[in-house]
Design a protein around this ligand. Sequence first.
Ligand code: NAP
Length: 242
Amino acid sequence: MKCALVTGGSRGIGRAICIKLGTIGYHVLINFRSNLEEAEKTLDAIHQHRGTGELLPFDVGNKEDIQDTLGLWIEAHKGDSIELLVNNAGIKDDVLMMWMKDEQWENVMRTNLDSFFYVTRLVLNDMLLKRYGRIINVVSLSGLKGLPGQTNYSAAKGGVIAATKALAQEVGRRGITVNAVAPGFIKTDMTENISEKDMKALIPVNRFGTSEEVAHLVSFLASPESGYITGEVISINGGMYS
Ligand code: NAP
């Protein structure tokens, strides 16, 4: 089986990516943290598009949980390979730095940055052996330009961007590409408290983006034909200067 692992696939951008990858022939491993009901909706949508998938819940911010769940899956599926990894799961917890609590820094770093390391390291070995792989990290405009109120989130996403560039140089010879996509404002639960009406004047295309538009970009980078693109960060933000 040709498998794709999408972290944070129960909702938002991750769900759209799962559905898109299901339509292009991947067996999709849908990771999420706790929202089983929404994760099942993602799986149903994949089935409706005649694709296949399965649920793989674990906390990407917990290295023991990653090892126990993903590590076990890999052990139990020796014949199958995860040839595409989309590190998409993420959280934000915005507050000005002078008011930021230790937990707010640590949770955001663990979920957005540490997760990249622990999940990718597990999946990488098989890609190296097979001499083929696609790793796509969902970062953010915040990680490129920094946004006030998001020192934790900006630092975490900026860290993933730097790691994307470094890892791309390590594994390029083995047929593995590593890229990042950097969305601006996308309509999901994460942005439900941000007014599109108020913000759209700042966006040249004059609207928020959709999860499906991000999924389209991810599927482009995932394709075998994109093998000469690596170490890149591709913005998808409606033309906001970054
Ligand atoms: P969302 O709607 O809030 O969905 C978040 C997803 O991540 C859910 O599937 C959630 O699972 C999962 N998740 C959160 N913490 C997790 C953990 N510890 N372990 C496993 N899964 C976890 O977010 P989104 O807007 O789709 O964002 C997806 C990615 O895009 C994030 O990395 C975000 O930083 C990035 N991004 C989003 C925007 C935007 O405007 N929306 C802009 C730039 C970048 P549960 O359902 O189980 O909670």
